[in-house]
Design a protein around this ligand. Structure first.
Ligand code: HEM
Length: 390
């Protein structure tokens, strides 16, 4: 009797072992990437610090080219080698072509209608088509060359006027790029040096709005990662996003009304002169039943190496890669290249008296883009014949 029980038990064990082996074969254990040990509720958020990209770099050194980090209750997989970037941005690009629906997309991206935040789908595809074929095609960019030349001359004249004086170069470059892009996209600058009764906004207010947009689009908003805390808006970011959106909306409404008024005035003689004109024209002619180009969508759209920089070489991705690669790279590259070349060709640059290269503060400020916490002060000294600066 006893021996038959033992045989039965052994048979059961063998059957169980066989079944569990079959189950394991069918469902191999998930291969979860390594990563730092998360805490309950916050995950690894408390370890990220004020410069998350630097922390992730150190994590990657420890855990490898693909790792898992917990942002609150959500799992974030970080790829940090050219090979892994290629896997995500090329091989499996279509699977990862949406961005997470974060508060910045909802509140500063016109409820995800802005192309940067739009989920991968028909609206995004249409916006992207418009950007690439209507707004940033090489012919249209060539037609705006005269604007870039005019703005560049103004930029150099303003640097020339500061000959021998210490200046924060960043402020001059920012003003120049903002003026160039605004004139290309909006047709006019819509801001003036000082707020007057006629001007909608002053340039420093506009800079402030763009800086705030950059910061709020790069922040780690706790409510995005620990959803039950969303309601409390503990860092106050959502409140700031709502305030900013109101300011941008007022600005966009003014710009659109102004463009519409000019268009109505010109009636049949109307010819689009800038990107807002092109988009407005398209809203009228658009017959696409699937995704209608609305005026709201226009507001969201204007808002807006020997190594290849355009995303084919995964060691350097200044414009990203794959389906979500920057559609403005053509304009961006033209402005960056001509600016850098002219800044160095046109001027010698010195530090103010007593400042040495090692005094330059290398601390970064985190945001959608990172920039020095303390901007560099330099002194321009013209090196070309005077008439070239006027
Ligand atoms: C040197 C200048 C520029 C740099 C370095 C740059 C860089 C980038 C990067 C890294 C991305 C993310 C790509 C990705 O997720 O894979 C991006 C996206 C984007 N950029 Fe740029 N950009 C520049 C200029 C511009 C300009 C001038 C515009 C338009 C006026 C623009 C509009 C956009 C838009 C709309 C997206 C989102 C695309 C999408 O999600 O489908 N960018 N840019």
């Amino acid at each position: 009797m006893e021996s038959s029980l033992v045989v039965l038990a052994l048979a059961w064990l063998a059957a169980l072992a066989f079944i569990s082996k079959k189950i394991r074969e069918r469902n191999p254990p998930k291969r979860i990437p390594p990563g730092p040990k998360p805490w309950p509720v916050v995950g690894n958020l408390h370890q990220l610090g004020t410069l998350p990209h630097i922390t992730l770099h150190f994590f990657a050194k420890k855990y490898g080219e693909i790792m898992q980090v917990k942002y609150g209750s959500r799992t974030v997989v970080v790829a940090s080698s050219p090979k892994m970037a290629e896997e995500f941005l090329k091989t499996y690009d279509s699977l990862f072509a949406s961005r997470p629906p974060l508060a910045s997309g909802k509140y500063t991206g016109y409820d995800f209608q802005d192309m940067t935040w739009a989920p991968y789908g028909p609206h995004w595809r249409k916006a992207r088509r418009i950007y690439l074929s209507e707004l940033f095609n090489p012919n249209r960019l060539d037609s705006f060359e005269y604007i870039r030349v005019e703005e560049r001359l103004t930029f150099f004249a303003s640097l020339y006027a500061q000959t021998g004086n210490p200046i924060i170069l960043k402020n001059y470059i920012r003003r120049y790029t903002l003026s160039s892009i605004s004139r290309v996209v909006l047709g006019d600058k819509y801001f003036s040096d000082h707020k007057t009764e006629d001007s909608l906004i002053s340039i420093s207010e506009f800079h402030g709005m763009i800086d705030e947009w950059m910061v709020l689009n790069g922040v780690l908003n706790i409510g995005d990662w620990i959803p039950w805390l969303r309601f409390f808006d503990v860092q106050g970011y959502v409140k700031r996003m709502k305030v900013l959106t109101k300011k941008f909306d007022k600005f966009h409404n003014y710009v659109l009304a102004d463009h519409k008024a000019k268009k109505d005035l010109e009636a049949n003689n109307f010819v689009p002169k800038d990107m807002v004109d092109v988009l407005l024209q398209m809203t009228e002619e658009d017959t696409d039943p699937e995704v209608k180009l609305t005026v709201e969508a226009v507001k969201a759209l204007v808002h807006g190496r020997d190594i290849s920089m355009l995303g084919q070489d995964f060691t350097l991705l200044p414009f990203g890669s794959g389906r979500r690669r920057c559609p403005g790279y053509n304009l961006g590259l033209r402005i960056v290249r001509t600016t850098v070349a002219n800044v160095f060709h046109g001027f010698n640059w010195k530090f103010p008296e007593g400042v040495k290269p090692e005094d330059i503060c290398m601390v970064e400020r985190y945001g959608l883009t990172t920039c020095p916490e303390v901007p560099v002060t330099v002194i321009p000294e013209p090196r070309l014949p005077i008439h070239l600066y006027q």
